[in-house]
Design a protein around this ligand. Structure first.
Ligand SMILES: Nc1ncnc2c1ncn2[C@@H]1O[C@H](COP(=O)(O)OP(=O)(O)OP(=O)(O)O)[C@@H](O)[C@H]1O
Ligand SMILES: [Mg+2]
Length: 251
């Protein structure tokens, strides 16, 4: 693996134009994210958050620009760092007709984990995510919040150093959301870097830093306190509404 800079994630002038799309879904994105930061990418529907995350995690080819994750060029060197990256996509990536355990085991095998490595980590995650009772349940029979936790278990089974949660807490009740954040903080304390996207603004306020996207561009960035001061706002929601105005497009 390449030597590391101060940043675990760096993008330079990142652009994505989908083949079928007319516009730049991501339009010159420059991000620098440090180790053990919790970085929240926020923005209106269609502002490019998922597209950005998918390029950074190596799932989607950029049209132009460059990406470095843990000092490695993405997507070229993605293979070298796949064991260090975890991804919980916006759309459930887990198999509905398999049980929770079969799903998590499947992901562990993708990462080349042995049975001996799998079992203790799986037990630990299920305990933390309060899913122990559901290990044999088919995913399709889980509630929305449980499915969310199940996809988090799949994303974390191999103990990655960087985790991407795309709309991690959509459909999650406030109690569970608080629990998720406690868990995110504990991951941070272990030195793990988290990049999340969110529409829940009080949630964005809990991140270390926020990047606000509009039409594929980063239009504001800083700690929640910095942003509120800069925009003379008392909440991030106010800033979101002010800066995202006109962005709600009819697709
Ligand atoms: N596979 C695709 N093919 C063509 N266009 C796409 C594709 N995926 C996304 N887009 C377009 O790219 C733009 C950015 O979409 P993206 O999903 O990245 O936004 P987002 O910020 O994640 O939105 P949301 O908050 O709704 O999840 C939108 O205009 C969308 O229609
Ligand atoms: Mg999205």
């Amino acid at each position: 693996m390449a030597t590391q800079s101060e940043y675990v994630i760096e993008t330079t002038d990142l652009v994505k134009i989908y083949k079928t799309g007319k516009v730049k879904a991501v339009d010159g994105l420059n991000l620098k994210i440090k180790k053990s930061e919790i970085y929240a990418l926020i923005g209106a529907n269609g502002s490019g958050k998922t597209t950005a995350l998918n390029m950074i995690s190596g799932a989607l080819f950029p049209t132009s620009g460059s990406i470095k994750v843990l000092g490695n060029d993405i997507p070229e060197k993605r293979r070298l760092i796949s064991n260090h990256i975890g991804m919980a996509p916006q759309d459930y990536s887990i198999y509905q007709d398999l049980s929770l355990e079969e799903n998590v085991r499947f992901f562990s095998q993708l990462y080349g984990m042995t049975k001996a490595e799998f079992s203790p980590r799986y037990d630990e995650l299920l305990k933390i995510l309060r899913l122990k009772e559901k290990r044999k349940a088919l995913v399709k029979n889980l509630s929305g919040g449980m499915k969310r936790r199940a996809s988090i278990a799949c994303a974390l089974i191999h103990s990655p150093r960087i985790v991407f949660f795309d709309e991690a807490t959509v459909g999650v009740d406030p109690v569970l959301r608080t629990f998720f954040w406690e868990y995110f903080r504990s991951l941070k304390d272990e030195g793990i870097t988290l990049v999340i996207t969110s529409h829940v603004m009080d949630e964005a306020e809990r991140a270390d830093r926020i990047g606000l996207m509009r039409a594929g561009k980063l239009i504001a960035e800083g700690t929640p306190e910095e942003l509120k001061k800069e925009h003379n706002a008392s909440t991030i929601e106010e800033i979101f509404i002010e800066l995202s105005e006109g962005e709600i497009i009819d697709e």
